[in-house]
Design a protein around this ligand. Sequence first.
Ligand code: EPZ
Length: 425
Amino acid sequence: MTEEIIIVEGNGTLQGDVPIAGAKNSALKLMVATLLGQGTSVLSNIPRISDIDVMIEVLERLGAKVSREDHDLIIDTAPVNSFETPYDLVSKMRASISVLGPLIARFGEAHVAMPGGCQIGARKIDMHLAGLEALGVEFDIDHGDLVATTPHGLRGTHVTLEFPSVGATENLLMASVVAKGDTIIENAAREPEIEDLADILCEMGAVVEGAGSSTIEVHGVSIEDFHPVHHRTVGDRIEAGTFLVGGALSGGPVTVHGIDPSFLRMALLKLRTMGCDVECGDDWIRVSRDKPLNSTDIQTLPHPGFPTDLQAQFLLLAAVADGISVITENVFENRFMFASELMRMGADIMMEDHHALVRGIDALEGAPVSATDLRAGAALVLAGVVAEGQTRVYHIEHIDRGYEDYVGKLRSLGADVRRVAKDSI
Ligand code: EPZ
């Protein structure tokens, strides 16, 4: 397929209503959880993005039958007859490592390629492995592959995570639900996507309590007690937050629909602090602004702290706010590449280790820039909407990993933005 780029003309316009898709970072895990159901499950509100396509390939490689009807995925995992996930798939998408827990739960063993690093950091899995070992899993490494076995079966345990890792919490959850006895996961991740995963596991037959808090208790049941389900994915809080930042940038009003506002408390607090008006309903959030943006300081932290996946978007807000903001990235070791691209558009940012000191300027200038990860890419397009002149965003495959029809949604809000084949310009 010919490489495309996104071209944005800085018309400063983003206003209207936009539907929010299902959460990428939940959907991917719900998909692998169906491996425990051993029959045909239906997942609804699944976003049409390339990461989902990769996870479909992971499941099909294991032997599952997957079909898609609009935003529904129909997944039959009865035919699954393999517990191998090779490097060519894991290297495409780190989240493939989420198959580890359910494969061990279902087969008592798994062969999964070790994930490499990516643009935002080394992406280690030491906490995944330590937690699973506490459940009785033994690991060997064979030419880059993790070879997991459970010679004495999975047994309940009391494990404390060194850091509330989302992925480690999820793998531990999906393995411990069939362990013999009870498991307590302390210092568990509290993201809404963890609750969504615990919900589908319980719907399938698991006994999980405390998901969404730092202490999750699992009472192991037999895998024979699991059955397929129909489950609807929660809304994507990061997609919603991205469009709300668009409303804050342009003045809006921008209203996002299909999202639980409680997922975004810290981000909405920061938008208010920066001078935005924020209104919420049961499943919608509206942002508008009729006065200058105030600077603010941000520390990214595990949920319910400020989400690292909105750091780039808020760094953009700070770049055109009045005054000086300090943005501190505490979750990933290398997530400021976006700042370097924004400086090409005139932003005044000084980076020191995990801190970015941002001096607000009046206006950004359009420029050719490159997406370094999906959130940075989405933020660069927003920057182009409010910049003077034209902005060309390269490597938009990153954006397609996590945003369904991003250009179409921005155009529906009045942005002058389009995708063109790179070699057509
Ligand atoms: C999930 O990644 C999300 N991805 C990320 O979203 C999100 O930024 C992250 O959680 C934090 O909220 C998916 O759900 C597919 P972690 P995950 O384990 O599970 C370190 C996006 O933009 N760590 O909480 O990989 C790790 O290196 C993506 O949609 C270890 O050191 O995040 C990182 O610095 C980007 N050892 C930090 O912890 C481990 O064993 C947080 O990682 C595990 C993690």
